[in-house]
Design a protein around this ligand. Structure first.
Ligand code: CMP
Length: 139
């Protein structure tokens, strides 16, 4: 089925001018960018977004990193978009990411791993709604 998923191009990637290269990989995988904006989160805003990880040891570092520099938030649409995006992103840890994936090519570490993607339909809906209004989704 046609799905929408939420994606972030993280500070390590925007800093290195990789937005276009990452978008090219997303589009080549058949994902359509139906909404996109560049924003700079506060640490508190990053903390709300990553609230499910609040008890993890890396939470503070994650929120500091995600608010350190601008990010690009986007909504991707396509057939099985959630799974397709996770496939093109590659494993969270770039050392385990498959060849040709975004994280294999661009990620610096498990924390500075260039992209985020929703892990399921419920998360996707919540994450999209945190950053975009319905009017901003142009499918
Ligand atoms: P993401 O898909 O954005 O969701 C949670 C993020 O936490 C994950 O990508 C990683 O970037 C980050 N993360 C996961 N494990 C670690 C870790 N051990 N150390 C630092 N960051 C981590």
């Amino acid at each position: 089925a046609i799905q929408r998923t939420f994606s972030i191009i993280k500070p390590d990637a925007t800093r290195r001018n990789l937005t276009g290269a990452i978008n090219a990989k997303l589009e080549a995988a058949g994902l359509r960018i139906v909404a996109q904006k560049r924003i700079h989160l506060t640490k508190a805003q990053a903390g709300v977004f990553y609230g499910v990880h609040k008890e993890r040891p890396f939470y503070d570092e994650l929120c500091t990193f995600m608010s350190s520099e601008p990010i690009v938030v986007q909504v991707l649409q396509g057939e099985d978009a959630i799974a397709k995006n996770r496939e093109v992103m590659g494993a969270t840890n770039p050392a385990q990411a498959a060849d040709g994936t975004i994280r294999k090519e661009f990620a610096l570490s498990i924390g500075e791993n260039s992209v985020h993607g929703s892990d399921g339909p419920d998360t996707a809906a919540v994450e999209i709604a945190y950053f975009f209004s319905g009017l901003e989704l142009v499918g």
